[in-house]
Design a protein around this ligand. Sequence first.
Ligand SMILES: [Zn+2]
Length: 82
Amino acid sequence: MNNPCIRCGLQRIDGKSWQEKSGISIVTYTQTLCPDKLCQKEVDKAIADRRAKSDDLAKKKSQLLLRTRAGMKLKNRLVTTI
Ligand SMILES: [Zn+2]
């Protein structure tokens, strides 16, 4: 299986593998690791960073939505008090 490291291009090696039930079948997942431990650390960090960023974005989006709703409510109230 050709599975080069996204960072250094070395052939990745099999790390831990686990099985998960998917409907009626059991799927085996295998995590691959870069043979270079330092490089793998960097890759892990990059993945964690990306995940944190997309989490952040999702949070910001829902906050914006809430704020917009609150703003609309405020406007309505102002209109009724005038
Ligand atoms: Zn690597």
